[in-house]
Design a protein around this ligand. Structure first.
Ligand SMILES: NC(=O)c1ccc[n+]([C@@H]2O[C@H](COP(=O)([O-])OP(=O)(O)OC[C@H]3O[C@@H](n4cnc5c(N)ncnc54)[C@H](O)[C@@H]3O)[C@@H](O)[C@H]2O)c1
Ligand SMILES: O=CCCC(=O)O
Length: 533
């Protein structure tokens, strides 16, 4: 069954090879017979698409001003719908709702909170087709990737539903014989959550899951580019019976800074968890210092991806494809600098480029498409500038390298560049797009020095079959997460987070819930002693 509505009767659902596709073009381009067609996915449950409203205190509300902002499909450039342009007053209402809900939510048992999260997880699984369609619509990633994201996102609710009943404290031997020391873990309180567009579902569930498991209530600001996925999740939270005020989802585009100021300076909000760029992270940290909030910051990366001469070449190529081109390179843990040892540089480059050539670029709903558009024209400009800068400084584009206007304004060819040097912009800046720059190196010392020269340290990858080297390099890389002989490290069971200017705090795993808790120590005096006769 088609997943689309036709906006005009004439729209053909037959996909053809583009007539703009010159025979020399290095990728297959799959495009609808009419690129101008407005492709609207048909949801099994249309009530999951919430336009013009946000979710506050268990109700669907408009911005008090009545203002809205427009959200566009990055593939077609067409309007998807409008979302409320909320302001400081609207945000304050959401914070007040979360504060009112906190006392009764925090005293629910872990098992009760677990059941709610589990129910929310079940509803995500039941509605995964629709949720994936929404992600593809507003984010652009291919439907198969969007389905993968929904599974990943839902798994954070499953994982933390299992953590909620297992919140333990300690008993600690005291220095004073008559004292007994215990600790208990308490929810930190109302949390402000801010997430980006690149994983419209997973970034928000990775925060809400542990927050609710711990007994916190939340106000989440959805990303301006992709608000509809988070609002669909809010609808499912409602159906799952999450009490009113526990989960609040607000939205803004122009008023983003104003909303951020309220969330980071309100004395009611006790914790801010932010995922996004390092630059914005620094602003939010400064703002949060006025009330000394507990913080978790998942910020930008510039991941080194290192292949040593002794690696299994095919495994390394496959790992680089996964790591570099996931979500068209728009992933914080994507390989950004690919370092290949000189003995295998040419053969790696050849095999890697051949794989990239097989990609199918197009609209995310099109059968067979492997890579979709970038999120907006700013992303295209950045990617293009990195490629042009590398070329100007002597690198060679061996695959791709151009915009794809025949598909739409936000498409860029998956690109492979050889002859990269550390003077090029791609070496120091996160490209956040489908451009793989290959650097040549000779020694471990040299590559680790360059890899660690980045100000950020989120993920790093390397490929080697030498056991001693594996341990040396894993320990030497200044990053929060290391992939050894794999390009895929994301897992709800694994602690996700960075060091240096990639931020601090860990999401997912057994550590994730601690970000939403405080440890209270209780000392009991006058304990022990001789038994009464
Ligand atoms: N470490 C991680 O887990 C992780 C995950 C995903 C993305 N990222 C990073 O995010 C960046 C890409 O996302 P982006 O371009 O949307 O980042 P961004 O920092 O511009 O925006 C992220 C979120 O913050 C909001 N925001 C922006 N300015 C704000 C302000 N002053 N106050 C309050 N909110 C504000 C945005 O609306 C968005 O919701 C990349 O650097 C990427 O590496 C990191
Ligand atoms: O973009 C950053 C998050 C992606 C992930 O969790 O793997």
């Amino acid at each position: 069954m088609s997943i689309f509505c036709r906006t005009t009767a004439s729209i053909s659902r037959t996909f053809t090879r583009s007539r703009f596709q010159p025979s020399t073009l290095p990728f297959t381009i799959l495009r609808p017979a009419s690129t101008m067609s407005h492709r609207v996915p048909k949801l099994n449950d249309p009530s999951l698409l919430k336009t013009d409203v946000a979710y506050v205190n268990g109700e669907w509300v408009k911005a008090k001003s009545g203002k809205t902002f427009e959200v566009f499909d990055p593939s077609s450039g067409k309007l998807i719908g409008t979302a409320p342009e909320m302001d400081a007053e609207d945000t304050q209402k959401a914070i007040d709702a979360a504060a009112a809900a906190f006392p009764s939510f925090r005293i629910k048992t872990g098992r009760e909170r677990s059941k709610m999260l589990r129910k929310w997880y079940d509803l995500m699984v039941e509605n995964s087709e629709d949720l994936a369609r929404l992600i593809t619509w507003e984010n652009g990633k291919p439907l198969a990737d969007a389905k993968g994201e929904i599974t990943y996102a839902a798994n954070f609710f499953e994982w933390f539903s299992e953590e909620a009943p297992r919140i333990y404290g300690d008993t600690i031997p005291a220095s004073i014989p008559a004292n007994r020391i215990v600790t208990i873990k308490e929810p930190v309180g109302v949390c402000g959550l801010i997430t980006p567009w690149n994983f419209p579902a997973a970034m928000i569930t990775r925060k809400i899951g542990p927050a609710l498991a711990a007994g916190c209530t939340v106000v989440a600001k959805s990303p301006g580019e992709t608000p509809f996925t988070s609002l669909a999740l809010a609808e499912l939270a409602h159906r799952a019976g999450i009490p009113k005020g526990v989960v609040n989802i607000v939205s803004a585009l122009k008023n983003t800074v104003e909303m951020g100021e309220v969330l980071t300076t309100s004395p009611i909000v006790k914790k801010v968890s932010f995922t996004g760029s390092t630059g914005v992270g620094k602003i939010l940290m400064k703002q949060s210092s006025t009330t000394l909030k507990k913080l978790s910051f998942e910020l930008g990366g510039n991941a080194p991806f290192i292949v040593f001469d002794d690696a299994d070449l095919d495994v390394a190529v496959a790992g680089a494809i996964t790591s570099k081109f996931r979500s068209s390179g728009q992933t914080c843990v994507c390989a950004n600098r690919i370092f290949i040892q000189s003995g295998i540089y040419d053969s790696f480059a050849q095999k890697f480029a051949a794989k990239v050539k097989e990609f199918k670029v197009g609209g995310g709903y099109t059968e067979g498409v492997t890579h979709g558009p970038l999120i907006h024209d700013r992303a295209i400009r950045k990617v293009d500038s990195h490629v042009r800068d590398a070329e100007k400084k002597g690198a060679k584009v061996i695959q791709g390298g151009q915009k794809m206007p025949e598909l739409g304004e936000n498409f860029f060819q998956p690109t492979v560049i050889t002859g990269m040097t550390t003077e090029m912009a791609l070496a120091t800046e996160e490209t956040f797009g489908p451009v793989a720059g290959l650097f040549k190196f000779d020694t471990e010392e040299e590559v680790i020095r360059i890899a660690n020269s980045a100000e950020v340290g989120l993920a790093g990858y390397f490929f080697s079959k030498d056991v001693a080297r594996v341990s040396r390099i894993a320990e030497a890389l200044e990053v929060g997460m290391v992939g050894v002989n794999t390009g895929l490290i994301s897992d709800p069971a694994a602690p996700f987070g960075g060091v240096k200017e990639s931020g601090f705090g860990r999401e997912g795993s057994k550590y994730g819930i601690g970000e939403y808790q405080t440890i209270k120590m209780i000392t009991y005096g006058g304990m022990g002693g001789d038994l009464q006769k």
